[in-house]
Design a binder for this molecule. Structure first.
Ligand SMILES: Cc1cc2nc3c(=O)[nH]c(=O)nc-3n(C[C@H](O)[C@H](O)[C@H](O)COP(=O)(O)OP(=O)(O)OC[C@H]3O[C@@H](n4cnc5c(N)ncnc54)[C@H](O)[C@@H]3O)c2cc1C
Length: 246
């Protein structure tokens, strides 16, 4: 921890979010184990894995009939780096999630800011609940990048000026925008992750479509990629049953 502001820090601009799977105890066998304890008591893992078709069928049945609790006996911890506006949406997910985010009180915030990538559709058309997004013109893209970068630079300069004058970090940070990158640990289980993915991603197999902001969807897609490898049978059943959390 330092009290000396790093006055030479130059703002940098990023369009990508990152998601790292830090640790996990998560596998399809956790679901099977939990489900079968209700009928067969404790069984060995070996016993559970003997008949893959039966396992697939049981997981699909649990998903289809919304027997959700067997999907809770596992854990995944992600380290996520994304803009603050993404975390504001993220932390609305209260059930089955634990969060710890970097502090703007205990450390000086680094000048890394979000700008939309070239493939981020800029223009919203339609009415609430029926929006679609289309490409911006070149002029709109140029304006967006310029306006954001100018505004970020100005805000960070004001932050630095206050720190240099001895103002506390927790006071000075008020001038920083929600496009500032932050980082957090987020821990969940497969059931809470499925609920999140059902709301925060768009997918052709979703029977209840959602319309998430693209940037939180980018985080969701990366988490989904990790999870799909850990629990392939559960993942397949989630998709086959319309991506509705059990
Ligand atoms: C596309 C989209 C647009 C959104 N727009 C807005 C917006 O404009 N403004 C806004 O404020 N929010 C908005 N949200 C956030 C949304 O309202 C939810 O807060 C967020 O999606 C988390 O969902 P959740 O409450 O189901 O999840 P969790 O908090 O994880 O809860 C999981 C489930 O637990 C149960 N549960 C949790 N808490 C309670 C409770 N207190 N009482 C009863 N049951 C409970 C519910 O069944 C809930 O579905 C938006 C979300 C999406 C996906």
């Amino acid at each position: 921890m330092t009290d000396t502001p790093a006055a030479d820090l130059k703002p940098s601009f990023r369009s990508e979010v990152t998601v790292e799977l830090v640790k996990h105890t998560a596998g399809d066998s956790d679901v099977l184990w939990a489900a079968r304890v209700s009928t067969a008591g404790e069984q060995s893992l070996e016993e559970l894995q003997k008949d893959p078709e039966r396992s697939r069928g049981l997981i699909n049945y649990l998903m289809r009939d919304r027997h959700g609790s067997p999907f809770e006996h596992n854990s995944m911890t992600f380290f996520i780096s994304a803009p603050i506006f993404v975390f504001r949406e993220f932390m609305r997910h209260r059930v089955g999630w634990s969060y710890n985010e970097e502090s703007g009180r205990y450390r000086e915030l680094q000048p890394v800011f979000y700008v939309p990538g070239a493939d981020r559709k800029l223009v919203q058309q339609g009415r609430p609940g029926k929006y679609e997004f289309v490409e911006g013109t070149e002029a709109q893209q140029e304006l967006t990048n310029r306006a954001m970068e100018d505004s970020y630079r100005q805000a960070y300069e004001a932050y630095q000026e206050m720190l240099a004058a001895g103002v506390a970090r927790e006071v000075a940070r008020a001038v920083l925008p929600v496009g500032l990158f932050s980082s957090m640990y987020a821990t969940c289980n497969a059931r809470s992750l499925m609920h999140f993915l059902g709301l925060r991603t768009q997918h052709e197999q979703a029977t209840v479509p959602s319309f998430p902001q693209r940037e939180i969807e980018m985080v969701g897609e990366k988490m989904e990629e990790h999870w799909a490898k850990l629990m392939p049978l559960t993942y397949a059943a989630f998709n086959a049953n319309g991506r509705v959390a059990p």
